[in-house]
Design a protein around this ligand. Structure first.
Ligand code: ADP
Ligand code: MG
Length: 178
C-alpha cells in the first residue's frame, strides 16, 4: 500500500445517443468506437429506434426523423469529465449549438451516472427527460429493464409500463445496427 495510487473505481453509466441530421447511425458507431480509448468501456448497446421529431411550436414543420439508442458503459471519469467528453464527441460530429431541441447530427447525454442524483444547470442526474421519453426508455429497457433509476424508486421497465401505448411515436426498430 505504500506509495501506490489506487486507480479510481469504475462507475456504471448509461449514455443516450440521438440525432436527426446526416449519417446518424454512423455517428453512433463512431462514438462507440472512440469511447474505449477515452476511458469509457462500452457494455450492452440497445437497438436503434426511429422516431418522429417533436414540434416545438404549433404550425412549425417537424425536422427529419430521429435515431435514438442507449449504451451501458463503465468509466472512472468523474461526471463532469464524462460530460465534457460527450460534448467533445458531439463537436467531432459537427454538432452546431443553435438552440434547444434544434435538429442535430449527434446528441450525447448522460442518462445515469452510478447512483448519483444532482440537479445543477450544466448537469442533472439522472437525465431529467428520462422518465418522460419513450424514445429513451425503450432502448434503455433493451440494455437493462430491471435497472432501478436512482432517486426515482422505479425500474426502467416500471417507468415504461406507465405508458398506455409503448410504441407511441416509434416508427421503426433497427436490430443489429452496430
Ligand atoms: P438537449 O440534450 O436537452 O437536447 P443539449 O444537448 O444542447 O440539449 O444540452 C444542453 C445542456 O444540457 C448542456 O450544455 C449540458 O450542460 C446540460 N445537461 C444537463 N444535464 C445533462 C446530462 N445528464 N447529460 C447531458 N447534458 C446535460
Ligand atoms: Mg444533450
Amino acid at each position: 500500500v505504500t506509495g501506490a495510487i489506487a486507480p479510481a473505481a469504475e462507475v456504471r453509466v448509461f449514455l443516450a445517443m440521438g440525432g436527426n441530421l446526416g449519417d446518424v447511425l454512423g455517428a453512433f458507431r463512431r462514438v462507440l468506437a472512440a469511447l474505449p480509448a477515452r476511458g469509457v468501456r462500452v457494455g450492452r448497446v440497445s437497438h436503434a429506434y426511429r422516431t418522429r421529431a417533436m414540434v416545438l411550436h404549433l404550425g412549425d414543420e417537424p425536422g427529419p426523423d430521429y435515431w435514438n439508442a442507449v449504451s451501458e458503459a463503465h468509466t472512472a471519469l468523474a461526471p463532469r469529465a464524462l460530460l465534457a467528453l460527450c460534448q467533445e464527441l458531439e463537436d467531432d460530429e459537427g454538432r452546431e449549438r443553435v438552440r434547444k431541441w434544434a435538429d442535430r447530427t449527434l446528441d450525447l447525454d448522460i442518462l445515469v451516472y452510478g447512483d448519483r442524483v444532482t440537479e445543477e444547470p450544466d448537469l442533472t442526474l439522472p437525465h431529467p427527460g428520462l422518465a418522460k421519453r419513450l424514445f429513451v426508455l425503450q432502448p434503455f429497457a433493451d440494455v437493462d429493464p430491471d435497472f432501478p433509476i436512482p432517486g426515482l424508486s422505479q425500474t426502467v421497465g416500471q417507468l415504461l409500463a406507465r405508458f398506455p401505448d409503448r410504441n407511441a411515436g416509434i416508427e421503426y426498430v433497427m436490430r443489429g445496427w452496430l
